[in-house]
Each structure stands twice: as C-alpha cells, then as structure tokens.
Design a protein around this ligand. Structure first.
Ligand SMILES: [Zn+2]
Ligand SMILES: [Zn+2]
Length: 213
C-alpha cells in the first residue's frame, strides 16, 4: 500500500508530499523547498529511506508550490509533471515570485502532462489524477483508492477551501470540483491538503462551511 510522508516548507507553509510504494519507488508532489536546508531535508529523507524517486509533480503552479522544482528535478534527474492548463502560471512564475518576495531562481517547465483520469503507477499501486479547477487553472488532485487518500493541493483544506481571487480562480468552478470529484469519494478518504492539517471527505462534506453537499 502507498505511504505518505509530509514536509512543511517555505514562508507559506506549503505541504510537500512524498508518496512511496512498497518497492520504494516514490513521487514528490509540490517540492516547495525554498532554501538549501529544505532541499536537504527532502533529499536526506529519500536517501535515508532508500527511496527511488521517479517523478516530481505539481498540484498547481502557484509559486509557493513550485519553489523546489528546479533543485529537486535536477539533483534527482527526474521529470516534472503537471496539467497542461497550468502553463500560464509557469510562464508567469518569475513575476509572481517577485511580487510575493519569493526567490524562485529558475522556472522548470513541465515535461510530462497529467490529465484527468490519468494514472501514475507506483509499485503495485497507482495514483489517479482528478482534474479539479477553481483555485487555479491546471489544479489536479492525486487519488489512491487502495491507500484511501487524496492529495488535494489548494482545492480544499480542513474546514476551508482554496482562494478564488487569484487569476483564473472561480468559486462556482471550485465548488463543482469539490462536489463532483472529492465529495463523491468514500467518506473515510483522508485528504492531504496543500496547507494545514489532514482531514477526511466525510468531515468536510458535513462540516465545511463553504461547500456543503
Ligand atoms: Zn495555490
Ligand atoms: Zn498554496
């Protein structure tokens, strides 16, 4: 069964997730490392657990979620995967990072596409891509039915939802993504969000004040 290891990186407290299989193959989702120390934390863990990184992927391309793309893809010599609708954010990432006072350095463009219903094979398990726009175009979730979890990016948080006041954000779209793609998963599915603590589908369905069933 797939396991999830969480790191919290940079001034925006982004959750970086390492998902790994029993055969040690792993995928790094949103490497948000903003300095050498955070890069080392991630790489040291991979080395200490003898994991074999096969892919970096982004839930969406807001600058705080992509800060470590360059360091991690180059040091591990692996590809970067994202939804094609997020290209606008990669192309404008340097100006967004300057506005936020974040030091992005170099922007890596994705070299692998992830589309709705695509699967990423990891050992004997797989992650299914759910396309969930509303917070930002190109936003995706990574769902494991056997592991009983979903990595949701900034779509939904514990008792909250992603902001919809950034470019391409839209509340109706976000609400539809949550209702159609998240609230339809089993109630005990664990949600690993882009910021803050984990929650479950069932808890949010009945307690989230912003999007109710
Ligand atoms: Zn975001
Ligand atoms: Zn975020």
């Amino acid at each position: 069964m797939l396991k999830v290891k969480t790191f919290v990186f940079n001034a925006f407290q982004v959750n970086t997730y390492l998902v790994y299989a029993e055969n040690k193959n792993c995928i790094i989702i949103d490497p948000a490392c903003s300095n050498a120390n955070e890069v080392s934390q991630l790489l040291n863990y991979i080395e200490s657990q003898k994991l074999n990184p096969v892919l970096v992927a982004n839930t969406h391309a807001h600058v705080d979620h992509i800060l470590g793309n360059e360091d991690i893809t180059s040091k591990l010599a692996i590809k970067l995967a994202a939804h094609p609708a997020s290209h606008y954010f990669y192309l404008n990432a340097l100006s967004f990072s300057a506005a936020l006072g974040l030091n992005l350095g170099k922007v890596v463009m994705p070299d692998q596409e992830l589309q709705d219903k695509d699967t990423i094979k990891l050992g004997d398990d797989e992650l299914t891509i759910l396309y969930t726009p509303g917070h930002a175009d190109g936003s995706i979730c990574f769902y494991s039915s056997t592991g009983n979890f979903v990595i949701s990016g900034d779509l939904i948080f514990y008792g909250s939802i992603g902001r919809t006041d950034f470019p391409t954000g839209n509340f109706e779209t976000l609400s539809a993504s949550i209702k159609n793609k998240i609230y339809t998963l089993p109630n005990d599915t664990v949600i690993y969000p882009g910021h803050g603590p984990t929650t479950t589908v069932g808890f949010e369905k009945y307690n989230n004040p912003f999007v109710t069933i």
